[in-house]
Ligand binder design. Structure first.
Ligand SMILES: Cc1cc2nc3c(=O)[nH]c(=O)nc-3n(C[C@H](O)[C@H](O)[C@H](O)COP(=O)(O)OP(=O)(O)OC[C@H]3O[C@@H](n4cnc5c(N)ncnc54)[C@H](O)[C@@H]3O)c2cc1C
Length: 437
């Protein structure tokens, strides 16, 4: 890095979204610098992402954006334009099955699928059993914890239908996908620095002027973008914009568990992504013929909000391991319940309505791509594309607050009204208020 470097834009964070914003800005001809306090791209919350790609969201912008994002993953190598020396991350399109007797799919998501043109099938109980041999199709809703006696009761009825969508799957290695984006961005002239912590956002004459690093270095840029993941609220405080936003972000601790597939089942080859509303879980194939189990944040589970995203318990807890693995064992009764706990612990950057903030701020030149609420890995590219359109419009004098920027998405041609992701929106009551978005 030169002694007095100057960039068109500084991006705080080099996770999947920060790196993708670096790539999209560099593609558009801007000189960018991604700064990350960790040693490599994608080492923050991205590294522990379940990296699931699915379209079922509770709002039109949520579904539309995820549908657009799916096309980028399908065309990942072409999108990057360059080969990474480590190889490119893979997209496993295993298909998704969403089970549960709540009315979410029929009343909310399916009309959105119809409107946008997303393929799906309704499976009855028989089809569910044919596609997922050994599945228990009991209706166990609402989700409970194993400490609750009702958890063990036989269900009174069966799940009456499930929704299957072929365009669902997962990315095999989220950190590698981020590294792919770093290399793609660098090929367009972008720069990245690591082990470099931002400890101040500098302001001059009412406009952002750059950042100061923990080692005292200052770097100038007329645009700074907060893409700090679970540290987003810390960076907003540095920039002095936190109090002027209607929607806030907070860090929420989350556990993801890994168990071997039931004996004789090749879940890695034949398994689906399954969203199980009845149990409050989701699960998908994981390498080594394992099954990855995540939580849908059911009401019966405690939420652990974290005040300092650098200090939280990174060990898998006995209680949550037991709850999640036993929930899966009720759905797949042949599952073994291992005594050694395996999985990951990380933080979501949660907004008040679990919908991200992709926006400007009241501080000129300071932008936000935050509040990704455990559900925006899949949208990194389209979020980055939209951020570039928004930043270019605002920097050209457009008043995005009074006349929201609209972006035509490249693959689907659908138009996204960026006010859906405003920092000053009202809490969106259509949201699931969970990781489902
Ligand atoms: C357990 C878990 C499971 C998830 N599963 C899914 C899923 O299945 N599908 C899906 O779509 N999404 C999922 N998500 C969400 C998704 O992973 C995130 O939305 C996405 O990774 C966020 O990327 P990011 O670049 O914004 O943030 P991050 O990857 O968190 O990157 C932020 C970076 O900012 C850096 N940083 C912070 N403060 C500073 C500072 N002061 N100076 C310099 N650098 C700083 C950090 O070091 C970090 O590397 C999941 C998330 C988690 C935690």
């Amino acid at each position: 890095m030169p002694e007095n470097p100057r960039y068109d834009a500084i991006i705080i964070g080099a996770g999947i979204i920060g790196s993708n914003i670096g790539f999209e800005l560099a593609k558009a001809g801007h000189k960018t610098l991604n700064i990350d306090k960790l040693p490599a791209a994608g080492y923050g919350s991205t590294a522990n992402s379940c990296a699931i790609v699915r379209c079922h969201y509770s709002t039109w912008p949520g579904v539309a954006m995820a549908y657009e994002g799916f096309h980028y993953w399908k065309n990942w190598d072409d999108y990057l334009e360059v080969e990474d020396e480590r190889g490119n991350a893979g997209f496993v399109q295993c298909g998704g099955v969403f089970v549960g007797n709540d009315e979410r799919y029929s009343q909310k998501v399916l009309p959105l699928f119809d409107e946008i043109g997303i393929d799906y099938e309704i499976w009855d109980t028989g089809a569910l059993k044919d596609h997922i041999p050994g599945i228990d199709t009991g209706d166990h809703s609402p989700p409970k914890r194993p400490e609750d006696d009702e958890f063990w009761e036989d269900p009174a009825q069966e799940i009456n239908s499930a929704v299957y969508t072929p365009i669902a799957g997962y990315i095999t290695d989220p950190q590698l996908a981020t590294h792919n984006l770093q290399r793609a961005a660098e090929a367009k002239g972008a720069e990245f620095i690591f082990n470099a912590e931002v400890n101040d956002v500098r302001v001059e004459d009412g406009r952002v002027a750059g950042v100061e690093l923990a080692d005292g270095r200052t770097i100038d840029a007329p645009i700074v973008i907060n893409v700090a993941g679970p540290h987003s609220f810390v960076i907003n405080k540095m920039a002095g914009v936190a109090d002027s936003m209607a929607i806030k972000t907070r860090a929420l601790r989350h556990e993801v568990h890994h168990v071997p597939a039931p004996h004789g089942v090749d879940w890695e080859r034949d398994g689906y992504l399954v969203g199980d509303d009845d149990m409050g879980t989701y699960f998908r194939p994981e390498v080594g013929n394992h099954i990855l189990i995540g939580s849908q944040d059911p009401e019966c589970d405690p939420q652990i909000w974290v005040d300092d995203p650098d200090v939280y318990d990174r060990n898998i807890s006995d209680d949550q391991w037991r709850a999640q693995v036993l929930r899966l064992a009720r759905r797949l009764p042949a599952l073994g319940v291992p005594s050694d706990k395996k999985g990951v612990v990380d933080l979501y950057d949660v907004s008040d309505d679990w919908i991200p903030i992709y926006d400007k701020t009241d501080l000129a030149g300071f932008y936000l791509a935050i509040g990704t609420s455990g559900n925006q890995f899949k949208n990194c590219h389209i979020a980055a594309y939209c951020m570039v359109k928004l930043i270019e419009a605002v920097e050209s004098g457009h008043d995005h607050d009074s006349d929201p920027v609209k972006v035509t998405m490249p693959y689907t041609g659908l138009e996204l009204d960026m006010s859906a992701f405003s920092r000053n929106r009202e809490v969106n009551k259509d949201s699931s208020f969970s990781v489902l978005g």
